[in-house]
Write a protein of this length. Structure first.
Length: 215
């Protein structure tokens, strides 16, 4: 048994040379493979997930998590109902070369409206040190937007003596803009259009309670 004291350089490749000499002065040499000393966890990373989901399908990607000394060994990926939780889904062997993951049919409970999830990713380097990142809150929205009222607007209504004022008041954007005044909107529903090629429509705003209208 030998006690060997070594001076190793952090972040650099170190090769250990062992020389053993016996009493007959015969010497054996042994070289280790390259050893890199890493005393720091991976750099900070970010995990990006959708803000809303409507089914049990969650696709997240990530970036960062660089470790210049020893490199990334693997990631863990967890879905929880609380920040940092893994009560819904946990995978501890996401390969280091990956940068996105799709998880389907996670958890045992059906999705509930307005339920929230959080994703936690932990990046491990090759000496077992780790860095953690959390997604923003992921909300469940299982209902489509509530439709507003759509009407056809008579294009005659847009032409008046005060052209600027009338055209502004009668523009499709303004006729049904007032959510409270559905009757006014309905009253302007045109029976006839003068053009065969153009239909002018207006609508009361569609309503989305859980998430928001994207387009
Ligand atoms: Ca490191
Ligand atoms: Ca909704």
């Amino acid at each position: 048994m030998y006690n060997v004291y070594l001076l190793l350089f952090v972040g650099s490749s170190n090769i250990l040379n062992i020389f053993v000499t016996n009493t007959a002065t015969l010497r054996t040499e042994q070289y280790s493979s390259s050893v890199v000393v890493d005393i720091t966890p991976p750099g900070d990373g970010q995990v990006f997930c959708p803000e809303y989901i409507s089914e049990k399908k969650l696709e997240c990607s990530w970036a960062g998590f660089v470790d210049i000394e020893s490199g990334i060994e693997r990631y863990t990926f967890a879905i929880g109902t609380q920040l940092g939780g893994n009560d819904v889904f946990f995978k501890d062997d996401v390969p280091a070369y990956g940068d996105a993951l799709i998880v389907e049919e996670f958890g045992i409970e059906p999705l509930k409206p307005e339920q929230t999830f959080f994703v936690t990713m932990q990046a491990f380097n090759k000496v077992g040190l780790s860095t953690t990142a959390f997604s923003d809150e992921i909300l469940v929205d299982k209902s489509p937007p509530i439709p507003g009222h759509v009407i056809e607007v008579s294009d005659v209504a847009r032409i008046g003596s005060n052209e600027h004022q009338d055209s502004l008041a009668g523009s499709p954007e303004n006729i049904c803009a007032d959510e409270e005044n559905g009757a006014d909107c309905q009253a302007q529903d045109a029976i006839c259009q003068t053009s065969l090629t153009t239909v002018v429509v207006a609508w009361q705003p569609f309503t989305e309670l859980e998430s928001y209208i994207t387009r």
